[in-house]
Design a protein around this ligand. Sequence first.
Ligand SMILES: N[C@@H](CCC(=O)N[C@@H](CS)C(=O)NCC(=O)O)C(=O)O
Length: 191
Amino acid sequence: MKLLAITTSEKSSLWIFGYGSLVWKPDFKYKRSKVGYIEGYSRRFWHGDNFHRGDKDMPGRVVTLVEDHDACTWGVAYEVTDSQMEESLQYLNVREAVLGGYVTKMVEFTPREKCQGSLLALVYIATSDNPIYLGPATPTEIAAQIAICRGNTGHNIEYLLRLAEFMRLYCPEVEDDHLFSIEAAALALVI
Ligand SMILES: N[C@@H](CCC(=O)N[C@@H](CS)C(=O)NCC(=O)O)C(=O)O
C-alpha cells in the first residue's frame, strides 16, 4: 500500500485516526496521540467480522463509519514518523484491510484541544459494498449478535465494552446513543 506521507519540517509523519478497536488497542508504535473527532460521519456497528470477533458461521459486529453530514465521531489520532510509518501501515493493512475488509480514506481530524488546529489523518472505513458488511439493525438485534460471537482475537462483547469504556473515560461529554444502547442491551443479556 503506497500512501503519500504527510511531510512536516525535516521529518515525515502520518496521522492515523482510530474509532473502534484502534482507540483501545492500536498495537503499533507511534510518536504521540490526540483525542478528538472527525466531522460528517457516524460510528455504527454495521460491519461484519468473521476473523477477529466472529467466524464464517457466526460473524461478529464491529464498527465502521457511515456518512452523516450533521454528525461527528470521536476517537484517537496517532502520529507515526519515519520508520514507524511503514511498520504501522503494513500491520494495519493486514489487520484492517486484509482481515477486516476496511478501505482507507484521508479525513480532517480536530483535536479536543482546538488551539492545536485540525490535521489530515488516515482512517479505515468498511463500506456497504464490502462482502461482510452487515448493515443496520436495532440495538437489541446487534446486542444479541455481539453477545454470542467470538473470534480469533476474543469475544465480540469485549470489543463493545472496551469501546464504551474508552468513550466514558476520554469523551465523557459525548452522547453516543448507538453505542450505549447496544452496550445496555448486551449487558442485559449476559448479566
Ligand atoms: N477501523 C476502525 C475499526 C477497527 C477495528 O475494530 N477493526 C477490527 C478488524 S475487523 C479489529 O482490528 N479488531 C481487532 C480486535 O477486535 O481486537 C478503527 O479505526 O478502530
